[in-house]
Write a protein that binds this ligand. Structure first.
Ligand SMILES: Cc1cc2nc3c(=O)[nH]c(=O)nc-3n(C[C@H](O)[C@H](O)[C@H](O)COP(=O)(O)OP(=O)(O)OC[C@H]3O[C@@H](n4cnc5c(N)ncnc54)[C@H](O)[C@@H]3O)c2cc1C
Length: 334
């Protein structure tokens, strides 16, 4: 066997939240052969597998993981006309930066989201009015059960809000994704913060690199930097019926929500946590709610996984009690 399997490896340093216990077994894979060997190792020992990318949306439990953690480090970026194919282990923002430098449009609003290409596909990442699924042309994935590589066209990926077939079906490991970008397309600059940025800077027709600069500037102002001690948005924005939205609107006239056009509304979880729960800036020891972004839970130093989860539970119970709405985690629990 060529692949090096390590034992009892601390997982906290492999995640941006920086909490949690050890992996019983840990392997870094650089190509499909490595991946095959790792899977055979797990099969022979009847171990569960957890696929790890950049660990920027994963919370490791205090007990760690008793199976095999496979860290995807498969690299490679290739261009063909307006399409870019990036391997799952490439850092997402390297792909965005490179695409922007080649004047290829479509993913610039997703600038500086931490993590890997694999994670971006699995989570169908989104920001500033754009989701990854809009430019994904196809995804190449390894099916552990069938022991085969399959290409999923965009329509087969079952993308939803922070959802995909790769998230639902744990047998699928993303190997690479192909993005269909464009040299000319209408930029998405109508999102509140982005619009304001260009107004303030008196830019009426921003270039592609100006859009990336804007996103980078807006995000670095808002988000904890560097992205350590957080996993980004801890909860998803809850979707409710129009009827539920109207009753909440009566009680909380300022409520922030997005009309999805299908008789449902996506509520701003950050607004609920901030204005209904008054949680922004709250600390329980080293576990806290970010001072500027109520949706971001922060490990300020030595919080344990259990302390982070306990704070999350408190917030969920409080919002449920006050609004009847149950928040759901965006962060993946290992
Ligand atoms: C400061 C900060 C800001 C953020 N901002 C945003 C934002 O604006 N929008 C947004 O959508 N997200 C945001 N996130 C969340 C996170 O960056 C994304 O979800 C990212 O795509 C996760 O990628 P990762 O490689 O780190 O995934 P990981 O955390 O390693 O894994 C996430 C999930 O994907 C699975 N997975 C990872 N790679 C593969 C693979 N190759 N095959 C199969 N499964 C895999 C894991 O098993 C896990 O279930 C933010 C996070 C941080 C820390």
């Amino acid at each position: 066997m060529n692949i090096h399997i390590e034992e009892n490896i601390k997982l906290a340093p492999f995640t941006t939240m920086r909490v949690g216990g050890n992996a019983r077994f840990f392997a870094r894979v650089n190509d499909v052969d490595d991946l095959n060997e790792a899977i055979i190792f797990a099969r022979e020992k009847s171990l569960q597998i957890f696929i790890l990318g950049g660990g920027s949306n994963t919370l490791v439990s205090g007990d760690g993981f008793s199976g095999l953690v496979i860290k995807i480090e498969i690299k490679g970026i290739a261009y063909k006309d307006n399409r870019v194919t990036a391997s799952a282990g490439e850092m997402w923002d390297d792909v965005v930066r490179d695409a922007v430098s080649r004047n290829l449009r479509g993913i610039e609003n997703l600038s500086i989201i931490p993590g890997t290409v694999g994670g971006a596909v699995v989570q169908n990442i989104g920001a500033y009015g754009v989701e990854a699924k809009e430019t994904i042309f196809s995804v190449e994935a390894f099916d552990i059960k069938k022991n085969e590589i399959k290409i999923f066209h965009r329509d087969e990926c079952e993308f939803g809000y922070r959802e995909s077939i790769f998230k639902k079906n744990k047998n699928l490991i993303v190997l690479s994704a192909t993005f269909e970008l464009a040299q000319h397309s209408t930029p998405h600059t109508d999102y509140e913060d982005v619009k304001k940025y260009f107004e303030d800077n008196e830019i009426s027709e921003p270039t592609l690199s100006q859009i990336r600069e804007a996103i980078v500037a807006i995000r670095t102002k808002k988000m904890p930097a560097p992205p350590v001690g957080t996993a980004g948005s801890f909860f998803k924005n809850p979707v409710v019926s129009a009827q539920k939205y109207n009753s909440l609107k009566n009680e909380f006239p300022e409520i922030k929500a997005y009309d999805q056009g299908d008789n449902t509304y996506k509520l701003s979880a950050a607004w609920l946590i901030d204005h209904v729960g008054k949680w922004r800036g709250t600390r329980r020891g080293d576990a806290g709610v970010h001072e500027k972004q109520a949706l971001i839970l922060v490990n300020y130093g030595n919080a344990s996984a259990e302390e982070m989860l306990s704070l999350a539970r408190e917030i969920k119970n409080d919002i449920k009690k006050k609004t009847g709405v149950m928040l759901e985690e965006e962060v993946v629990m290992m």
